[in-house]
Ligand binder design. Structure first.
Ligand code: ATP
Length: 240
């Protein structure tokens, strides 16, 4: 793995996506500060200088794009494992968030690019809050968390721990897809048994009780009309 550390950039995902077609090896790109971090569907990811760990990992997968549907969830499981081992227990929110005591501690954003020699380059972006200043929480306008305990760790050591766990889990995902992660994800599910709604921007698409994910990484929802399975697209989930 090539490792790059930059003091500041707009978005590590944008940087790696722009180069993905020419990559020969996996690349980890870490930004000390990200000034234009991205979320899903054009949303933004905010971070204050020195208060977060923001990085992207470009990883090659041999299979077709549709096999990557469960990748954000598998990455969540890997982050949960790594954070738990560092003394920060977390839970997962479908499809791509890491929560601490119900508040958003980290986000995962996966963007892809066809590889010229076959397969797909997945650019796996992670933003992990370390410190969460009050004024930032106000700007974000939702329940967010930091992890002051991790903020005290030496950054390279923290990054090395996360990278080690991620690399192991990405290898496992490349071999077996999401299925080997399914039970682990369900054990970490923050909203199991809770009444939730699935929304697309402001429009409610479904409501029901969250019943975990299946081995295709779809969210199972028990609705008035029976159980349905929701594919992660750009939809969002909220507690009702
Ligand atoms: P939704 O909750 O609507 O499903 P999401 O949680 O998947 O969306 P993303 O699109 O992955 O969110 O991330 C962008 C969103 O995350 C922003 O719209 C904002 O609400 C929130 N956000 C931005 N910066 C941070 C941060 N540093 N920590 C926690 N949450 C943040």
């Amino acid at each position: 793995i090539d490792i790059e550390v930059v003091a500041e950039t707009g978005s590590t995902n944008a940087d790696l996506l722009a180069r993905a077609a020419g990559l020969q090896r996996p690349v980890l790109r870490v930004a000390v500060h990200q000034t234009a971090g991205r979320g899903r569907a054009g949303r933004s990811w905010l971070s204050a200088p020195g208060a977060a760990l923001t990085f992207s990992l470009a990883w090659h997968f041999a299979g077709p794009l549709r096999e990557l549907a469960g990748l954000p969830l598998a990455v969540g499981v890997a982050l949960a494992d790594a954070l738990g081992a560092l003394g920060v227990p977390v839970q997962l929110k479908w499809p791509n968030d890491v929560l601490r005591d119900g508040a958003k501690l980290a986000g995962v954003l996966i963007e892809t690019q066809a590889a010229p020699a076959g397969g797909v380059w997945a650019v796996i972006g992670v933003g992990l809050n370390l410190l969460m200043p009050d004024e930032m929480e106000q700007r974000i306008g939702r329940s967010v968390a930091g992890a002051p305990w991790l903020a005290q760790m030496e950054r390279n050591a923290l990054m090395a721990q996360l990278l080690g766990v991620l690399a192991t889990n990405l290898g496992q995902f490349a071999q077996g897809g999401f299925a080997p992660f399914c039970a682990r994800w369900n054990r970490l599910h923050a909203y199991q048994g809770l009444a939730v709604v699935i929304i697309d921007r402001d429009v409610t698409l479904h409501e029901g009780v969250a019943a975990g994910v299946d081995d295709g990484a779809r969210l199972l929802l028990d609705t008035a009309g029976g159980r349905i399975a929701i594919v992660a697209g750009d939809v969002s989930l909220r507690v009702r």
